[in-house]
Design a protein around this ligand. Sequence first.
Ligand SMILES: Cc1ncc(COP(=O)(O)O)c(C=O)c1O
Length: 382
Amino acid sequence: MLEAAARLPVDALVEVGKLLRADGRADLIDLGVGVYRNEHGRTDVPGVVKTAERYLVENQSTKAYVAPDGDPEFNARVATMLLGEGARGGSVVCAQAPGGTGALRLAMDLIAHASPGATVHLGVPSWPNHAPMLAAAGLRVEVYDYYDLERNALAFDATIAALQAARRGDVVLLHGCCHNPSGADPERAQWEQIVEIMAARGLVPLVDMAYQGLGEGLDEDAAAIRMIVERLPEALVAASCSKSFSLYRERVGMLLVKTDGDKAAELARSNIQSLARLNYSNPPDHGAAIVRTILGDAEQSRLWREGLDGMRLRIKDVRRRLAGASGGAFDLSFIGKQKGLFALLPIGAEDVEALRRDHGIYMARSGRINLASSRALRTQAW
Ligand SMILES: Cc1ncc(COP(=O)(O)O)c(C=O)c1O
């Protein structure tokens, strides 16, 4: 049976990683992988994470299952991180999930259950996992141009045109901040326009929030989702704690669903629990317990935010230096205006290949680079 299966597409970045690991040259530069690295090329375990782990070793009294929608305290704390203090009512439902990916898949399953075969509008380029995940969940994908590769800027007119052409009840997948791969986020006035059209046309947002705190700041980066959740009757937000807490392999994320009222919230909660149960039964606890422990302690929270600020400032500094160093025919000034971990270099696949072959510089075929990356450390392969 298994040998007759069609081969599923492999994520292109996994292929890049394989080539990198097989490359025997010294001093390789890895700009491909999507994790934050410090100036020494390492993705360290933050001190606050170690402190929380020590606390958990001493104080955790059981390893019994958590509920299908996870730990209520973790959910409440991450909801506050996303929406701000006091911004929650009975119509918001949360579910801890295995990473941002798990939260996205839960959201897609919920959409597919509520509206079988629903159409999801996806601005491209996007995170390469979005389209195949949507298809795997049984949803129809319609793409539009989100980013203008000629101007190295948001294709705002095309985005607006796509929203205006969408049908009532369609879903729109949006990046909450720090767009991956382009780093081009809408300005506040542009978000206002997006949300206004979505409200007028009855469109449902599915917001991917994987980089909160790495753009302009924890609250600043949440401005768009706060506007969306405040102004639209329904919204789904898939949040990841992988990058902002450096907990990548622990798989920590959360789905937040804003519904149209308490009755819809109760139904959404029940359906989310059932869908989680059918998939992974209940989410992994360890990473979420770390996040809950950090966010539940004022001093540890302060230290965590300080570390997050440090990551953001390093990314901004790299952006500033790259933008400043460019000139002439190769203008990278746009990188200084964009946000988050990634930028799209205006180069073709042959240039990407030549950089790898001739200089040992690795990146995605699209020309996406991780700004917080540097030397490839063989001890920290992904
Ligand atoms: C845009 C985007 N969404 C979701 C994710 C998934 O995050 P996680 O590792 O928490 O599943 C990533 C990870 O790279 C991402 O870039």
